[in-house]
Design a protein around this ligand. Structure first.
Ligand code: ACO
Length: 193
């Protein structure tokens, strides 16, 4: 599996310069916020990107080939889909010196989120960012990782020209999103096929 282990720039979903350095600086030691990588399928002690999403809902069994197929689609549309992760590179909970850190791409994925950019006719061909699938591993919640994911997605949305960024959430998560600067607007409705 070593061949798919390290995210090189060409493996990343989008240009990492869209994530402000000022947000990297706010992360706990040994943590990095970066675009999803084509190599992030890898299963490592249940700390993969896909297992992180399981705090949200059922993910199911997704083969490496199917993951790559979806990743390639997103990358072909990488001015629409911006998925980011927080990687904890520490080899143990105490470590943070460079020698205690796993190579980038070989740490644990602890949080993830996406902003999807919709192109409209209204507002003079305006763009709207839709925040989706925010997930922080259960044992990592309460460390501001969720907030850093949201701040990064808001920043990406603004940088690519969105005039607003919106999301749907459950009532229990309203205080979290208010802390991140969102306010209640409208009502979410759904239809399941
Ligand atoms: N109620 C009240 N306050 C909260 C809550 C809550 N449910 N969750 C977080 N906060 C507060 C924190 O106390 C903190 O406040 P502070 O600044 O005063 O210290 C602030 O919000 C930031 O919290 P974080 O530590 O960044 O939160 P965390 O990293 O735990 O992430 C999240 C929050 C994403 C909701 C996480 O708990 C999670 O993954 N939950 C399960 C999956 C989920 O519900 N995802 C969101 C789905 S909605 C969507 O995807 C658009």
């Amino acid at each position: 599996m070593a061949a798919v282990d390290t995210p090189n720039t060409q493996d990343l979903l989008f240009n990492p310069s869209l994530i402000p350095d000022s947000l990297q600086a706010l992360l706990p030691p040994g943590h990095v916020i970066r675009p999803l990588s084509k190599t992030d399928w890898i299963v490592r002690d249940n700390t993969s990107f896909l297992s992180t999403l399981e705090v949200l809902t059922t993910v199911g069994k997704i083969s490496y080939a199917k993951f790559q197929e979806r990743f390639d689609y997103l990358k072909q549309h990488n001015d629409h889909y911006y998925t980011i992760v927080i990687e904890d590179r520490r080899r143990n909970e105490q470590g943070s010196a460079e020698t205690d850190l796993a190579p980038l791409g070989q740490g644990k994925i602890v949080a993830a989120g996406t902003v999807v950019v919709e192109r409209k006719f209204i507002h003079e061909l305006g763009k709207v960012g839709h925040i989706e699938d925010i997930a922080v591993r259960a044992d990592q919640q309460g460390k501001k990782l969720g907030q850093r994911i949201i701040e990064s997605l808001m920043s990406i949305g603004a940088a690519v020209g969105c005039y607003k960024v919106i999301l749907d959430c459950s009532e229990k998560n309203v205080p979290f999103y208010e802390k991140c600067g969102f306010e209640r607007k409208g009502v979410e409705m759904g239809w399941y096929v």
